[in-house]
Write a protein that binds this ligand. Structure first.
Ligand code: XBP
Ligand code: MG
Length: 259
């Protein structure tokens, strides 16, 4: 028996691409410099800040952590809105200039799922314009149409780990969670998907490798490619994968879901 998910729900940041370290982070830093702020988020510090989902929420938490940082700032909301718009413009520039590639196996998996009639959707905490830039730059202008639903912070302001964005997608699809598969990269994302009762496959990255992910159905280092095998890290369904399975394709998902 080869059971397929009816729909796949992809996270964006960290899952489709490693956008945080070399995309959002330098874009934040450019926005800070333009605004005359001496804030500069290092690779390491940004890893700690990622515990707060949402770019605006992340900046607000950073300011509140240290009262010195906001001593002269009366209009915090306005400042945050301006910085966030500037950050997203810089992020778009980085992505459109080819600065952020998709992670291994992502394009292959999307193409195979499309071919097999699986409904593709996105559930992310980031801003819509960032998703559009990433998809168009890496998969072409038509690629937005590959997705039945693209749910972002523009549609669902309640950020992960809230399940709101996943529930929004499920409602739009008109499907139950058990017919779908969520694809995530982080603890906040996993909590969000699991709170919507979705089976969840997690691909870790440099920022999330130490996250608490044990409750995921499968934890791997990447989706993998025939010539670049994935590593299976764990997960409650890991034993269901046939020995020697080197990458995630619809056959591997059938083993996971069909057992
Ligand atoms: C992504 C986020 C976002 C991005 C930045 O989380 O938390 O805030 O870091 O994008 P997830 P914005 O992968 O769990 O969806 O600045 O547009 O928020
Ligand atoms: Mg993510």
């Amino acid at each position: 028996m080869n059971i397929k998910p009816v729909a796949m729900i992809f996270d964006v940041d960290g899952t489709l691409a490693d956008t945080e370290r070399d995309g959002h982070r330098p874009a934040f830093n450019r926005a800070f410099a333009d605004a005359g702020l001496d804030w500069n988020w290092s690779v390491e510090e940004y890893g700690r800040l990622l515990r707060i989902t949402g770019g605006k929420e992340r900046m607000r938490a950073y300011m509140q952590d240290d009262p010195i940082k906001n001593k002269d700032i009366n209009q915090i909301d306005e400042l945050i809105t301006g910085l966030h718009e500037a950050k997203n413009r810089y992020y778009g520039d980085i992505v459109r200039s080819g600065g952020i590639a998709l992670r291994p196996g992502v394009e292959r998996l999307l193409l195979e799922a499309r071919e097999q009639g699986i409904r593709l959707t996105i559930a992310t905490t980031t801003t819509r314009s960032n998703v559009v830039a990433l998809l168009e730059a890496n998969l072409g202008f038509d690629s937005l149409d590959w997705f039945d639903i693209i749910a972002t912070a523009d549609e669902v302001p309640d950020k992960k780990p809230s399940p709101a964005v996943y529930n929004y997608v499920l409602e739009g699809l008109g499907l139950g969670a058990s017919d779908c598969l969520a694809l995530e990269d982080s603890q906040n994302g996993l909590r969000s998907a699991q709170a919507a009762n979705l089976p969840t496959l997690v691909t870790i990255n440099g920022y999330t490798r130490n996250d608490a992910l044990e409750s995921a159905e499968l934890i791997i280092d990447q989706f993998g490619e025939p010539d670049a095998p994935m590593q299976i890290i764990g997960g409650v369904w890991a034993q269901r994968l046939k020995e020697g399975t080197a990458y995630i394709d619809l056959k591997a998902l059938g083993q996971l879901l069909g057992a």
